[in-house]
Design a binder for this molecule. Structure first.
Ligand code: DLL
Length: 433
């Protein structure tokens, strides 16, 4: 499989360290001079730009969190003059104020480059038709995939998310080869295709670049099987640039981080201490090339680990493990940590239900209640209550052995769980008042 930019994706560790060092030193000076908020944080911590001489000195810099973005909303962390900002994006955020980011022309080029690497890794080239079914608008998914597709000279089809029947007409009539959307939307598209009686062999689709939400390996198998494609995991966040921060290669052994632009660290979320390579902890990013809103040591709240070994694909870019979820997505139910993606893995692996589920957590008195609603397959719908109870028990047993906690499992009617066109909402936590 081709590599978009061998020079940067395959450089030796020594070359990468030298490049990151040079870029970080310049970036810290630029931010110190142009972002009073961060200058103050540095001074409070007793760090001056001259103290940062090597990429390893990154650990001396102060962290930024979503709270800092809220406190400086909307432009307080911008380093460039607003007259040089050519595009704005924002994430709606389910809690609190939206997070805003701004790009200079150079930042858009960096973003396009990161997405060009991502799409190339998934098999896209000049002749590809990339159907961008991520939402366009303030969300970064649509425009990120669009900028990247155009950078490699592929044809971007900017359909945005939603209107699934039209998505399918476009997939078929325009000869789409690459689909870009959330994994949950890919599944919904597959389901609709089947309902419309269109066989996947009637499409030219070869691959998908799916991200923006956690998804399990079992979900990947399901999408690949039903759409007849290779499904690649892509990761990113608005604060750092949007999609393209990291991407999988054919080896599927983690996501390569575009670390010549976005330097990752793993910290202990409780103490902020940098953890040794291979440890699982909170992912932190520093933008060493961006001009618009270049964050240093931004705490993502995403939980993963880093692997610095060279990959079979030839890239030397560090790999981050697939993100299971965020610290704030993790449910703590009766003291046990539960990620929704673990539940997804169990359900899809069992394969006796539809791949749609909803997790409902509540509190009765002092005790947490934990229910998993799972959609039945059409053929089970007419089954006797006894049969359904048997399946519910089987699911409960499997969940109990994986999670270490036993939920109440309820099979619900086919098509009764809402389908997702963007990021799926799979948890209702009524304990949060
Ligand atoms: O979701 C950017 C994006 C768009 C990534 C399209 C990939 C594809 P935000 O809306 O700011 O940006 O949400 C960022 O989504 O911190 C993760 O918690 C989660 N996330 C993103 N990609 C993945 C992934 C976009 N591949 C937040 N796996 C991040 C798991 C992901 N979680």
């Amino acid at each position: 499989m081709p590599i978009w930019n061998e020079k940067y994706e395959c450089m030796s560790r020594d070359e990468m360290t030298a490049l990151q060092t040079e870029r970080l030193v310049a970036q810290v000076k630029y931010i110190y001079e142009n972002v009073p908020y961060y200058r103050e944080l540095m001074e409070k911590k007793g760090v001056l730009p001259g103290d940062i001489k090597h990429i390893e000195d990154l650990k001396y810099l102060p962290f930024l969190t979503k709270q800092d973005l809220r406190d400086t909303y909307p432009y307080g962390l911008f380093a460039a003059d607003t007259k040089d900002i050519i595009e704005l994006h924002a994430s709606s955020g389910t809690t609190g104020k939206q997070v805003v980011t701004g790009y200079t022309r150079k930042d858009i080029d960096i973003w396009a480059e990161a997405m060009a690497r991502t799409l190339t890794s998934a098999g896209a080239d000049k002749s590809s038709f990339v159907q961008v079914a991520y939402g366009y608008g303030l969300f970064t998914g649509g425009f990120g995939a669009h900028h990247g597709a155009q950078k490699i000279g592929a044809t971007a089809i900017p359909i945005s998310s939603g209107n699934t029947a039209r998505q399918i007409a476009v997939l078929k009539d325009f000869g789409t080869t690459i689909l870009a959307c959330t994994p949950s939307y890919a599944l919904y598209i597959a389901e609709t295709l089947e309902e419309m009686g269109i066989d996947k062999s009637e499409l030219s689709l070869k691959a998908g670049v799916f991200g923006a939400e956690p998804w399990s390996e079992e979900m990947r198998d399901e999408i690949e099987r039903r759409l007849g494609i290779t499904a690649t995991d892509i990761y990113g966040l608005t604060e750092i640039t949007g999609p393209g921060v990291s991407f999988e290669c054919y080896d599927r052994s983690g996501l390569h981080v575009n670390e010549d632009h976005f330097v990752p660290e793993i910290i202990d979320p409780a103490t902020g201490e940098v953890l040794p390579h291979g440890s699982v902890g909170e992912l932190v990013f520093s933008c060493i090339t961006k001009e618009g809103m270049p964050l240093l040591r931004y705490r993502t709240r995403d939980i993963t680990s880093l692997n610095y070994e060279k990959c079979a694909c030839g890239r030397t870019l560090v790999r981050m493990g697939k993100v299971q979820g965020r610290t704030d997505d993790m449910l703590i139910i009766r003291g046990v940590n539960v990620f929704p993606s673990q539940i997804e893995g169990v359900l899809l692996d069992l394969g006796k239900t539809a791949p749609y589920y909803m997790i409902i957590v509540d509190r009765q008195g002092v005790l947490d209640t934990f229910e998993v609603h799972v959609e039945m397959l059409d053929e089970f719908f007419s089954d006797e209550v006894k049969q359904l109870e048997k399946l519910e028990n089987e699911i409960r047993g499997k969940l109990q052995s994986v999670l270490g906690i036993s939920p109440k499992v309820k099979l619900v009617a086919p098509k009764s769980i809402p389908r997702s066109e963007g990021k799926a909402v799979r948890v209702i936590d009524r304990r949060k008042k």
